[in-house]
Write a protein that binds this ligand. Structure first.
Ligand code: COA
Ligand code: AMP
Length: 629
């Protein structure tokens, strides 16, 4: 069957479609049906099943004779390490850590925060939680103590598992002081912490609270897989929303297993035994779905890469890893390739490696710019597939189902909606618009299995953020259009989320930090176009009248403040002191117009603007730092 037939078969009978996909999973109790809609517009999938994620990702492959196959290849140019971990070894390691967690009182439903760099133990920790039904919440290493503290208070974890340090090119980043700082800041205190000591920066442990990774596992009984109900949260992953408070996206266990399993063959075209590599980080949704869970559920070999596309040691690293480990499918964010292209525009490194095993390159996480897609395609001669998804969905909303049928690529479009997603473009009143017209991108409810059923402890916020604007639909927060062939085009966010180097960030959160500076009376943060990172945040500060210090001092302080409170990942390095901000007559800051000026894009003078002269002032200020040309 081709794409059109499969999509149609889902549309005609979603229940049958998803029950058929559920056959790929090993159930302790099989689901009696797929969709549970008694609480609409909140939906659950496979709710009455009982199942264990770790069993499906690890143990069943050992039972089926894959014990000697590498489950994980750890390739770390920053520590000069390469290691294979077989499925049999992974099973033992996960069971042992799970046993240690259980021995210290962690039970099904308890939360565990994981704050780790890109080491295989990060996956062991995730799987150990899954094994005993604990709900993990991985926090990206580039976030500061304050962000970690916010997540500790929201998830109220019984335990935190952390690495002693991460390694960024040229510097070792101690995680332990950040962890200690976060626990101190947080109101909720975990019962205990497990610390993976790395030789680059072993950490001092706090007696009675912190336990060393190996020591805590000594002498405990390995834990068996604990079946949980289909709607049990597999994990919580925090993502940026409009305000400073991150949203805790809940991932339901059974739908997650079924949906991810479907994507591996149909979208990524891999079979059990193939090597699959997503160059991302376990702290992001791509890392959850495609470094950890999906490849393991499918019986692939996954790669845990601790390095960067450039500088570890050079722009050939990606090609080297793909060649050496015989990667069949490669997935990363366009920004990573933009970095490679900038250092090695002619692709001289590519020529040094045998990439005959590589089938295709997949891009997601931000808009894929045509130059980058063409550069990869011309260099490698392999198909390059853009696909569009979000933390909330956990897997592709629109993509090119290459394993089913490779559809013609239209550069700039992530192709077509996947089965499960009825994607509509709506006008402000919630009516579908004609092909080729711009609108808000919404998905008809119910969302498919594996997508978020709610936000952690925040159902009202879930409804308000996603369901209220267009009744009967999920609001994606993206704007775009569908063309005559049904291809989707993703153009921009409709909210205050920006995308910096494939990382999703909230300008609202940054404004809260800037606004907290004692000399800042008012502020705005916008996303401006950047050749490498896609977007960069730019801050505008109106100072209190009494301030008579040099403006550069204040700019430096607010930059340090964002780094300190949100983290280096915010990449907040541009800030301007201005007299006034452009606003509508009702007082709304015209951030969209400001961003258009910064990027030198055409814009329509907003009819409701209070004082158009402010735009000229801003333009001048931006020109002084090389923008608004
Ligand atoms: N722990 C601690 N700090 C981190 C970190 C981590 N896990 N990840 C990034 N940082 C720091 C970086 O060191 C950098 O610090 P600096 O301001 O002192 O230089 C800062 O956060 C910004 O990082 P980043 O935006 O990643 O920029 P970069 O210049 O280090 O690298 C790229 C640029 C394009 C090479 C890099 O962003 C990249 O590889 N991106 C791929 C994106 C990706 O995987 N996205 C996931 C979604 S698919
Ligand atoms: P995240 O939740 O971090 O995965 O970010 C999701 C957001 O990133 C989406 O809502 C889009 O705004 C953007 N995004 C992700 N993939 C794409 C893509 N292929 N094309 C355009 N935008 C994308």
């Amino acid at each position: 069957m081709g794409y059109a037939e499969v999509y149609k078969s889902w549309q005609e009978d979603p229940e049958r479609f998803w029950m058929a996909q559920a056959d790929a999973i090993d159930w302790d109790t099989a689901p009696s049906k797929a969709l549970f809609d008694d609480n609409a517009p909140l939906y659950e999938w496979f709710k009455d099943a009982r199942v264990n994620t770790c069993w499906n990702a690890v143990d069943r492959h050992v039972e089926a004779g894959r014990g000697d196959q590498a489950a994980i290849i750890y390739d770390s140019p920053v520590t000069d390490t390469k290691r294979h971990i077989t499925y049999a070894e992974l099973k033992d390691q996960v069971a042992q850590l799970a046993g240690a967690l259980a021995a210290k009182g962690v039970e099904a439903g308890d939360r565990v925060i994981i704050y780790m760099p890109m080491v295989p133990q990060a996956l062991t920790a995730m799987l150990a939680c899954a094994r005993i039904g604990a709900v993990h919440s991985v926090v990206f290493g580039g976030f500061a103590a304050n962000e970690l503290a916010v997540r500790i208070d929201d998830a109220t974890p019984k335990a935190i598992i952390a690495g002693s340090c991460g390694i960024e090119p040229g510097r070792v980043l101690e995680y332990k002081p950040l962890l200690d700082g976060a626990i101190e800041l947080a109101t909720h205190k975990p019962d205990f912490c497990v610390i993976l000591q790395r030789e680059q920066a072993p950490a001092a442990l706090i007696d009675g609270r912190d336990f060393e990774w190996d020591a805590v596992q000594e002498g405990v009984d390995p834990a068996d897989c604990v079946p949980v109900s289909g709607d049990h949260p597999a994990y919580i992953l925090y993502t940026s929303g409009t305000t400073g408070a991150p949203k805790g996206v809940v991932r339901p266990t059974a739908g997650h297993l079924v949906a991810l399993s479907w994507t591996m063959k149909n979208i990524y075209n891999v079979d059990p035994g193939d090597v699959f590599w997503a160059a991302s980080d376990v702290g992001w949704v791509v890392g959850h779905s495609y470094i950890c869970y999906a490849p393991l559920i499918t019986g692939n070999t996954t790669i845990v890469f601790e390095g960067k596309p450039i500088g570890t040691p050079d722009a050939g690293t990606f090609w080297r890893v793909m060649s050496e480990h015989k990667v069949k499918t490669f997935f990363t964010a366009p920004t990573a390739f933009r970095a490679v292209k900038r250092e090695d525009p002619k692709g001289e490194f590519y020529a040094k490696y045998d990439l005959s095993e590589l089938n295709a390159v997949y891009l997601a996480g931000e808009r894929a710019d045509p130059d980058t897609i063409e550069w990869i395609g011309n260099l490698t001669g392999k198909p390059v597939y853009d696909h569009w998804w979000q933390t909330e969905t956990g897997y592709t909303i629109a993509g090119n189902p290459a394993g089913l049928e490779a559809l013609p690529v239209k550069i700039g479009s992530p192709t077509v909606p996947m089965p499960g997603y009825d994607v509509q473009i709506l006008d402000d009143a919630g009516h579908p618009v004609a092909a080729g017209e711009l609108g808000a991108i919404a998905i008809k409810l119910p969302l498919p299995p594996g997508t978020l059923p709610t936000l952690w402890n925040a159902e009202a916020r879930f409804r308000k953020s996603y369901l209220d604007t267009f009744p009967g639909y999920y609001e994606t927060g993206d704007a775009g259009m569908k063309d005559e062939d049904g291809y989707l085009w993703i153009m921009a966010r409709t909210d205050d989320v920006i995308n910096v180097a494939g990382h999703r960030l909230s300008t609202g959160a940054m404004e809260e930090v800037l606004g907290g500076h004692k000399d800042v009376a008012e502020c705005a943060v916008i996303g401006v176009a950047d050749e490498l990172k896609g977007q960069l945040p730019m801050g505008f500060l109106c100072l209190s009248t009494r301030v008579n210090r040099p403006h550069e001092e204040i700019v430096k302080e607010v930059i340090a403040r964002v780094r300190d409170q949100i983290g280096p990942v915010a990449a907040f390095k541009l800030a301007l002191v201005v007299d006034r901000l452009p606003k509508t007559r009702s007082g709304k800051i015209l951030r969209g117009t400001m961003a258009a000026i910064a990027d030198g894009r055409e814009y329509k003078m907003p009819a409701t603007i209070d004082d158009p002269a402010i735009l000229d002032e801003l333009k001048e200020a931006m020109q002084a730092i090389g923008y608004a040309k």
